[in-house]
Design a protein around this ligand. Structure first.
Ligand SMILES: C[S@@+](CC[C@H](N)C(=O)[O-])C[C@H]1O[C@@H](n2cnc3c(N)ncnc32)[C@H](O)[C@@H]1O
Length: 331
């Protein structure tokens, strides 16, 4: 590895090494980042399911995205400490086809989702309980797990394929936990690596039989085309532009068929905005330039601006992060 990348690696190692194990285990799977309702995590799981089954579960995927939008709206409502009876008012409005629930506007994508479902459905449960008025309450766990239960059931009868998947920068198995609980992991041959030892030790603690390793995306210790698919979330913004280009080349070198990449800080402009924060970067990446980098290694690159995607597909303008993008690459 080039010396400048070795130096950068040291900085990256320090940046994540300073957090304690508990923080690393939890900070990226909470609230809007919860992979059960985070649109980018859902798109990535759909990417994996498509790699196994093509378009067979396309309808279920649309329902899951709608579920995530409705729960994200509910989470926001609960954060404002919803009044007792307010959720019931939403349910009454949905059932009578009104867009006003005692003064609260019910977004179109929520009522349209209700209209796509047979009765009874999960939205009855989501809006049929009374939160404590004085504190912020979470959505009950069994409701958060609605699609986890559905995916587990529909995939239960399927047998393991021959699809291998690599996840660089896997954190503490943040997304893996849900690939597992959704019944997808047992169908794949998964390998995850991360630069931060504490993350890998967390991941191994949860899944002792899964291949989690300490590794560097700037020098992946695998031969060319070693994996069928690869996915990676929220890493490239933290690298220098030169290191990002090297990392993308590495990811594409070891992958045979397709890559799914989640970005948290991207824009439509022509240029990257480089920002150094202590030992690492917090760049705003140009979607145009990043596409061009992937195009050097792949034959098809699809750039999905999450905000635009949700607006055009579901009429939803409530994305929590307007700078979130997912890029899907076919090799
Ligand atoms: C923002 S976190 C994202 C973690 C996980 N992908 C997620 O989305 O929850 C960035 C991760 O990248 C890892 N990382 C940073 N530089 C890396 C490198 N050069 N190689 C591998 N992992 C790296 C960090 O240790 C950290 O776990």
């Amino acid at each position: 590895m080039e010396e400048r990348f070795e130096r950068e690696t040291e900085g990256l190692r320090r940046s994540w090494g300073k957090y304690d194990r508990e923080t690393l285990a939890d900070y990226l799977v909470q609230d809007v980042e919860d992979p059960r309702i985070n649109i980018q995590s859902i798109l990535m799981r759909h990417f994996l399911v498509r790699s196994l089954f093509g378009e067979r579960f396309a309808e279920l995927m649309v329902h899951e995205l709608r579920f995530a939008l409705v729960v994200n709206w509910l989470v926001k409502l609960l954060r404002k400490q919803a009044r007792a009876g307010q959720l019931q008012a939403v349910l009454d409005a949905l059932m009578s086809g009104e867009d006003d629930a005692e003064g609260l506007a019910v977004p179109k994508y929520v009522s349209q989702t209700f209209a796509t479902l047979a009765m009874p459905n999960y939205m009855f449960d989501l809006f049929n309980w009374a939160p404590v008025e004085t504190t912020e309450v979470p959505v009950p766990e069994h409701l958060m797990a609605t699609f986890q239960t559905i995916w587990r059931e529909v995939l239960e009868a399927e047998s393991r394929g021959r699809v291998s998947v690599l996840e660089p920068a896997c954190g503490s198995g943040n997304d893996y936990r849900f690939i597992e609980s959704f019944g997808i992991a047992r169908l794949l041959d998964y390998t995850g690596f991360d630069l931060c030892e504490k993350n890998i030790s967390n991941a191994k603690g949860m899944f002792p039989n899964v291949r989690f390793e300490v590794g560097n995306v700037l020098e992946i210790k695998s031969p060319d085309n070693a994996f069928d698919y690869c996915f990676v979330h929220d890493l490239f913004e933290h690298l220098s532009v030169e290191a990002m280009e090297a990392a993308i080349a590495e990811v594409c070198r070891v992958t045979r068929q397709g890559v799914c990449v989640g970005f948290f800080n991207m824009h439509e402009a022509d240029e990257h905005i480089v920002e150094i924060v202590e030992d690492y970067h917090w760049n705003k990446l140009s979607a145009i330039k990043t596409r061009e980098i992937f195009e050097r290694h792949a034959w098809a690159v699809e750039v999905i601006g999450i905000d635009k995607f949700l607006a055009s597909k579901f009429n939803c303008g409530d994305t929590h992060n307007k700078d979130a993008y997912t890029i899907i690459i076919k090799m």
